[in-house]
Design a protein around this ligand. Structure first.
Ligand code: GAL
Length: 762
């Protein structure tokens, strides 16, 4: 039977590669995967630091029983150009940083110790997508995703495709296509079972195998619940292969749903759904791409539950399998695309890109969350021959999903099923020579030349970079731009939806960003701390789940040019908002439906109000949000904010000791009403003791109202103490733990806020 286990420990890392590494174990640094070859500072660094060769070594001990089996190593992802050697023989090369690869070790193994050497070249090789031009993100070198060791019988199931051809029919049919490997397949039996979430068998079938491809069908299924964003029903296909007393098994998760872009919009399970999404880069401060399962899942959770998005675009490459698995589980749609950014390379490059199409689709075609394949290089020019091939291949490998190609050129050639456009028109009226008024989005007909379906895949971004510590006027304008585009997309039945640029700030090359190697384009900063614009998305969610009330202000008279806080945008999903300033009686305001007629939840905008003149007393304010005439949320802003307490919170309480795992912590200095102080720049020192270590530097400064960091597991079980020292407060500590494995309930418990006792320093 099949054994698959993580192979992330026991690797030796070298900041170089030579022939010697290929043939013998060389003393080096012991590391755990996922691993980042070179950790970077937060900003102002030279990215050339990781653009060189590295090497990982591992010794695999084999006994005769193991040699009797098929032994594979599965790499979920390594950046960017990998060569793999076993006992000195080169057995594989993989020239992509985002798709997985399987290394079949069996023919090269001997009893005893076997040396596995992985050479990684982190340079931007112009033969490998996305390289060859400039790219607006970094491609951090290293084996930055998990590695798995798989042992199977010599006959085994290598690939499975599950297809529901008529998903909305009452009696459903599910086809299963399997690829099998091995010499003993003739006459083998393959049993397939569909199991529900309680592992109960919903349907089963059995066939005799007569070659490397096997196919079976379930028909007349009347008890399959559809997968949907609000009810992400998943099933498991359990396959078992029997070959003369031996066998293999494989479990694949899947869901049944109908998803189609039409000229009238996007249709999920027969009903129209306006897409409201964000683009996501998979990078983090310091460690680049090398974050484990929990952080991947957490980004999906933020998108779905905190920002109330229904879709994420995995710009500009296939994301971590952990991320996609979680999108399936929580009901977050995904637009997944091949690696690339504006540039199309030569013939080798194109062949590699076609292999990326294949690898992406083979890896991910059973995920119900994935609704669209991006098979055009992001923002590239037309290339009839190349894109004919990418589209043909995608349709061959997956007849159930549409293709798209993200472009920035109007009326370019459409070989895909969906015309997707990065529409950065908003803000272009400010560019020299522009002679037009403010436009939120171009009209679909102007962009496509009349080739629906249509979706906007990026907006905002570099048109209005906004740092978490930027001033209030800039934050308000940032917010306004998101509101305007979303409103326009909601109002146009020919726009399937829009996907903002982007979820979180990201490190980038010197050609982009603010000179600090950061594109401050996120609605969150790099630490996933929200800017005001995050509340634009959050406020589009159902108030019954989470009422939102976010005034876009620091509430100070002298922050904006000319003074005052008007016009004041209040991002909310409440029916009405009551404002009280000082002792004056409250005044109620309704959402601004005149300005934002199409948004699910329009913001309140207060344009007039007498809060006192320059030179007069400045008063505190409070806001109450009402839904169905009941007060559901209340917030206060102090007129005289004073650093009153320090809050240290952790996203979870327990690390998993035995794997690469990390927890984010956020420190805030708050005023007497609990609001974080945006312009406080005090330093802080972090001290971690016990079973965890700190990711990044131990000395930080508050910026934009917070300081955040991650701690990671060290492999040891035990208590963790996180201590934070600041100049104005007595030190605060938080106790967490590293455990063997998390109970399911514990693992789901997010944002375990611990507010330790804190006192100002004497
Ligand atoms: C787009 C590009 C994105 C990002 C964005 C910034 O042109 O597709 O990757 O660079 O601009 O606004």
């Amino acid at each position: 039977m099949r054994i698959i286990k993580a192979c992330n420990d026991g690797w030796i890392f070298h900041e170089e590669f030579s022939e010697r590494h290929r043939h013998e174990v060389v003393r080096g640094r012991s590391v755990r995967l996922p691993h980042n070859a070179v950790d970077l500072p937060l900003n102002y660094f030279a990215e050339s630091q990781y653009q060189k060769q590295f090497c990982y070594q591992m010794v695999l001990h084999c006994d005769s029983e193991m040699l009797d089996r098929e032994v594979h190593l599965l790499f979920d992802g390594a950046m960017a150009d990998t060569q793999l050697f076993v006992n000195g023989s080169e057995i594989l090369g993989h020239r992509d940083g985002y798709t997985p690869f399987w290394a079949r070790l069996s023919p090269y193994l001997a009893t005893g110790s076997n040396l596995v050497t992985v050479k990684i070249d982190g340079r931007e090789n112009p033969d490998i997508p996305p390289f060859g031009g400039q790219i607006d993100y970094l491609t951090y070198a290293g084996i930055y995703r998990d590695v798995w060791l798989q042992l199977t019988d010599q006959s085994w199931i290598s690939d499975v495709q599950i297809v529901a051809l008529n998903p909305l029919a009452t009696q459903k049919s599910i086809h299963v296509y399997c690829s099998l490997e091995g010499a003993r397949l003739a006459g083998a039996r393959l049993r397939a079972e569909i199991r529900d979430r309680d592992a109960a068998i919903v349907a089963s079938t059995e066939i005799t195998v007569d070659g490397f491809d096997a196919e079976c069908e379930f028909s007349g299924l009347h008890n399959i619940d559809l997968w949907d964003i609000d009810a992400p029903n998943l099933y498991r296909l359990h396959l078992s292969l029997e070959t003369g007393g031996r066998g293999d098994h494989k479990d694949v998760s899947f869901g049944v749903r109908g998803a189609e872009f039409t000229p009238d919009g996007f249709i999920l399970n027969g009903r129209k759904l306006k897409i409201r999404g964000l683009n996501r880069h998979q990078s983090y401060p310091y460690v680049g791409y090398a974050m484990g399962r929990r952080s991947q899942e957490r980004d999906a959770e933020i998108l779905k539950h905190e920002l109330c998005c229904n879709l994420v675009r995995s710009s500009h490459y296939p994301p971590s399998p952990w991320f996609l698995d979680h999108c399936d589980r929580i009901g977050l749609l995904v637009f997944e695309e091949i690696p690339g950014w504006q540039h199309i390379g030569g013939e080798n490059w194109k062949e590699e890109s076609l292999r990326n199409v294949r690898r992406m689709i083979l890896r991910d075609r059973n995920h119900p969350s994935v609704i669209l394949w991006g098979v055009r290089i992001n923002e590239s020019s037309d290339d009839h021959e190349f894109y004919t091939r990418t589209n043909r291949l995608a349709h061959q490998l997956d007849p159930t999903r549409q293709t798209a190609g993200v472009r920035c050129i109007e009326n370019s050639e459409l070989l895909e099923d969906v015309y997707t456009m990065n529409d950065f028109v908003l803000g272009s009226e400010d560019m020299p020579g522009a002679n037009h008024a403010r436009i939120a989005l171009r009209k679909p007909i102007e962009v496509t030349g009349g080739k629906p379906p249509y979706m906007v895949t990026e907006f905002n971004g570099h048109m209005f970079p906004t740092k978490i510590f930027d001033n209030e006027e800039r934050q308000a304008e940032h917010v306004l731009r998101f509101l305007q585009v979303l409103n326009q997309a909601y109002g146009d039945p020919n726009v399937s939806g829009c996907i903002g640029w982007c979820l979180a700030d990201y490190n980038t090359h010197q050609e982009f960003g603010s000179g600090d190697r950061i594109c401050h384009h996120g609605v969150l900063d790099m630490f996933r701390v929200p800017k005001f614009a995050a509340a634009v998305y959050a406020s589009q969610g159902d108030p019954a789940r989470q009422p939102v009330l976010m005034p876009v202000t620091r509430w100070a008279r002298g922050e904006r040019s000319l003074g005052g806080v008007l016009p004041l945008i209040i991002l909310t999903n409440c029916d009405e908002v009551e404002l009280r300033v000082g002792q004056a009686s409250g005044e109620r305001f309704k959402p601004d439906r005149a300005l934002f007629p199409h948004l699910p939840y329009a913001p309140v905008i207060i344009r007039n109000g007498n809060f006192g003149n320059w030179g007069e007393k400045w008063e505190s304010m409070s806001l109450t949000g009402y839904v169905d005439d009941s007060a559901v949320v209340e917030i206060h802003r102090a007129s005289d904010p004073i650093a009153s307490e320090i809050r240290l919170s952790a996203d979870d309480r327990e690390l998993i000791a035995g794997e690469k795992d990390e927890i984010r912590l956020v420190v805030r200095v708050c005023d007497q009403f609990g609001s974080a102080l945006p312009y406080l720049t005090d330093p802080l020192c972090i001290d971690i003791t016990g079973a965890a270590s700190l990711v990044g530097p131990a000395e930080l400064a508050f910026r934009g109202g917070s300081a955040a960091f991650w701690i990671e597991s060290t492999g040891t079980v035990g208590e963790i103490t996180v201590g934070v020292e600041t100049p104005r407060f007595m030190p605060v500590t938080l106790k967490l733990g590293a455990v063997n494995s998390l109970s399911a309930a514990r693992f789901r418990e997010v944002c375990a806020h611990a507010i330790p006792k804190n006192r100002p320093r004497p």
